[in-house]
Design a protein around this ligand. Structure first.
Ligand code: ADP
Length: 283
């Protein structure tokens, strides 16, 4: 099985579900609270481990009770080694308000994620692939990409214009349409693999002059939380394992689609067996 090193965020998602979302200055009562582990880095590390990769995850959390809840599912996962640093900032928290229609408002307090520094990274990141996102400082992501010996993949999310400067050290960039727009003309001169996810329409990959598209299987969508992270974890695991682009893309769109069939981010991430059972040809 391939080795994948993920560098990224850990959050505790505090989700309050209410009849409606508050207007500025307003208080809405009667909500139901749930706490879920999250963060793009944590979700993608777990997604890759569920697909069978040998994963190492470098991240930062606080010295607070939230840290244990935030990394609980990662600790319980097999094939996932944690390189999690305790720092003097609170564990990252996402405050999420959801109404009866599933519409949401999110405020993120990055806390410890913003304190993940270059000094926390291994001197050499010796894995078949590195996967990073943009919920930790750009300088740390830049250093991780430079220290990686294998395939260097960046999920340029959330959208950040500063990511353009990182492309020189990437072999593979994964974006949705908003994130792609934030990279602007920087992608024009990029000669690596660019994969754009398109929600229910699947994904399209460009490399050199070649274009390849893949559609997900039909799914009963419950919520799309974690779909993009499932996609990234699966794509990078497949590429790291030597799969051709066609198979990697088919596995990734299937993993993303299956993550929409169950609620939440981490509990909804599919296993390799789940994905292979539902993957349309050519898996
Ligand atoms: P993000 O949430 O990062 O914007 P997308 O919404 O593009 O990412 O979703 C990532 C992947 O998840 C898609 O490429 C697709 O495979 C799958 N996916 C997302 N939404 C749906 C959906 N409604 N139906 C089927 N598959 C979906």
């Amino acid at each position: 099985m391939p080795s994948v090193h993920v560098v990224g965020s850990v959050n505790l998602d505090l989700v309050a579900t209410a009849a409606r979302l508050p207007a500025p200055g307003e208080t809405v009562g009667g909500a139901r609270l749930a706490r879920h582990p999250g963060g793009k880095g944590a979700n993608q590390a777990l997604a890759a481990a569920r697909l069978g990769a040998e994963v190492t995850f470098t991240a930062a959390v606080g010295r607070d009770p939230e840290a244990a809840a935030a990394i609980a599912l990662l600790e319980a996962a097999s094939g996932l080694a944690l390189d999690v640093h305790r720092v003097d900032e609170p564990t990252g928290v996402a405050l999420i308000a959801v109404d009866g229609d599933g519409e949401n408002q999110i405020v993120v307090a990055p806390g410890a994620n913003a304190a993940l520094a270059t000094s926390h990274l291994p001197e050499v990141i010796d894995a078949d692939a590195l996967l990073a996102q943009l919920e930790v400082p750009l300088a740390t992501v830049d250093a991780a990409l430079r220290r990686a010996t294998g395939l260097r993949c960046l999920n340029a999310a959330p959208a950040d214009h500063g990511a353009a400067a990182l492309l020189t050290h990437c072999d593979c960039v994964i974006v949705n349409e908003t994130e792609r727009a934030a990279l602007g003309s920087a992608l024009t001169g990029f000669d690596g693999l660019v994969v754009t996810t398109l929600g229910a329409a699947g994904a399209v990959a460009h490399r050199g002059g070649r274009r390849l598209a893949a559609s997900p299987p039909l799914v009963d969508v419950v919520d799309t939380v974690g779909a993009g992270d499932a996609f990234c974890g699966a794509l990078v695991t497949e590429l790291a394992g030597g799969a051709d682009l066609e198979r990697a893309l088919a596995m990734a769109v299937t993993a993303g689609a299956l993550a929409t069939e169950r609620p939440g981010a981490q509990p909804s991430l599919p296993t390799r067996a789940d994905v292979e059972a539902r993957c349309p040809s050519p898996c």
